[in-house]
Write a protein that binds this ligand. Structure first.
Ligand code: CO
Length: 463
């Protein structure tokens, strides 16, 4: 009897995470458009192309309507599943939104072409995944319940497995283990994937970054434990703070006897094309050599690559670059005081900013941001371990932290915004952009109008 060959599927990240990690999401639609039909034919499980920072950056820097970008990608890629990353109740922003916004956003994302929604919460509080997950299922898309992977005395495999079971009950179709800092080693991957596979019969996707250099080994051991899907980036946009290379991973897995259904001639074509794009970003300084390097420091501090560069730029602004090492060493302390949150947007920013404040003030929690205050109040959800009671008291005074889900206290926001934007917003997608990023959206609407008026004037003059 023939041995059943284990199949490994791939998610290509060049359109989202790879370009977010290496060039701060500055890849405009026009630059990757010529490759979409090729990507569509490679045989990927999915192409990650939206969410994370893409929505924000499209409006802020690229002068693109993120919804239009999604529709254009969809039209050029009829065969491959499109995937996005959603920050649970935060959607694509940095704080919690009312449920009506979360529901409408997910519904419209699916209507505009999304197939797979990867839903995570920065604290792994499943209460924050529920509304997005239900909306995804209702809209007919694949809900990928996600673990934000981190290590701490309270993050045990048992806890992760409990979380997986709870996400399954909520209707998750697949499970994603999201290792945003690239700190998961091969043995941890083997053990965690095995533990989840033993507990539930669901497809598992592992997402990691090459930051520390562990990623290839981690994927191999995860595959050995039965992982179904891995996230990789086409070679010119792989490595460093991005994902491991698609072609290399496919080569190694085939050599080890696994089934990989990717078309090599097409990945080669993609590689050649994206090499040209990468070189443009190197030439203009957007792609910095340090983003492509291997940095095992993250294993000690467990600080994601993106957070390191944020810390650097924050200290630079304050003329305090010489305090970098102190700030870095303060991060684990703040994280511990805050109850060991995984460091991912938005907790990574909050913890990073606080660590810098503590160092520059020469005193812990003398000044705290309004986000940290809200965090201590419970507005971001249940923390993995309790917040250090002394610190909580110092920050909140006599105010008692909440024990219910914060979004339950928020009034619906969609109807009032529709009313407010009458004559400005052309559809619900515009309304959603405005709720997510009011200032950016307003500017974008204005620019769009001016651009169209210019085109009209030009056509009339020409005629
Ligand atoms: Co990532």
């Amino acid at each position: 009897m023939a041995r059943k060959v284990q199949k490994v599927q791939f998610v290509e990240t060049v359109l989202r995470d790879a370009n977010q990690s290496l060039i701060a999401t500055r890849l405009p639609y026009d630059k990757f458009e010529p490759m979409l039909e090729t990507i569509d034919k490679v045989g990927y499980y999915a192409a990650e192309c939206w969410g994370g920072a893409t929505f924000d950056v499209c409006l802020r820097y690229l002068h693109e309507d993120p919804w239009e970008r999604l529709r254009k990608i969809r039209a050029k890629m009829p065969n491959t599943k499109l995937q996005m990353l959603l920050r649970g109740q935060n959607v694509l922003g940095y704080s919690h939104y009312p449920d009506d916004f979360v529901k409408l956003f997910v519904t419209k994302a699916v209507e505009n072409g999304m197939d797979v929604i990867r839903i995570f919460d920065a604290l792994n509080d499943v209460n924050n995944l529920k509304v997005a997950m239900e909306a995804t299922k209702k809209a007919g898309a694949i809900a990928s319940g996600t673990i934000s992977y981190t290590t701490s005395p309270v993050h045990t495999h048992k806890k992760y497995v409990e979380m997986v079971k709870e996400m399954k009950r909520m209707g998750a179709d697949t499970i994603c283990i999201k290792d945003m800092a690239g700190i998961m080693g091969p043995q941890e991957a083997y053990d965690l994937v095995s533990a989840i596979k033993d507990a539930v019969d669901m497809p598992i996707d592992l997402h990691t970054h090459s930051t520390t250099g562990l990623a290839f080994m981690t994927y191999l051991k995860a595959v050995e434990a039965g992982v179904d899907i891995i996230d990789t980036a086409i070679s010119p946009f792989s490595g460093g703070t991005s994902q491991p290379c698609t072609e290399t991973m496919a080569y190694a897995l085939r050599q080890l006897g696994y089934q990989v259904d990717l078309d090599d001639s097409l990945t080669q074509k993609m590689a050649e094309y994206f090499k040209g794009i990468r070189d443009e970003f190197i030439a203009d300084g957007t792609l910095m050599p340090k983003s492509m390097a291997t940095d095992p420091k993250c294993l000690i501090y467990e600080v994601p690559g993106g957070m390191l560069s944020n810390l650097l730029s924050q200290l630079k602004q304050m003329n305090a670059l010489d305090r970098f090492d102190e700030a870095l060493m303060e991060v684990p302390q703040v994280r511990k005081d805050m109850g060991y949150p995984p460091l991912v947007t938005p907790t990574s920013q909050m913890v990073g900013v606080q660590a810098v404040r503590n160092v520059l003030d020469g005193q812990r929690y003398k000044t705290v941001s309004k986000e940290i205050k809200a965090y201590c109040r419970g507005e971001y959800g249940r923390t993995p371990a309790p917040v250090n009671p002394t610190v909580q008291k110092q920050i909140l005074g006599d105010e008692k932290p909440m024990t219910t889900r914060y979004a339950d206290s928020l009034e619906p926001v969609v109807p009032a915004t529709r009313k407010k934007l009458k004559g400005v917003a052309r559809n619900d997608e515009d309304v959603l952009s405005y709720i997510a990023f009011p200032n950016l959206a307003e500017k974008f609407f204005q620019e769009r109008k001016e651009k169209e008026e210019n085109i009209v004037t030009y056509t009339i003059t020409k005629a």
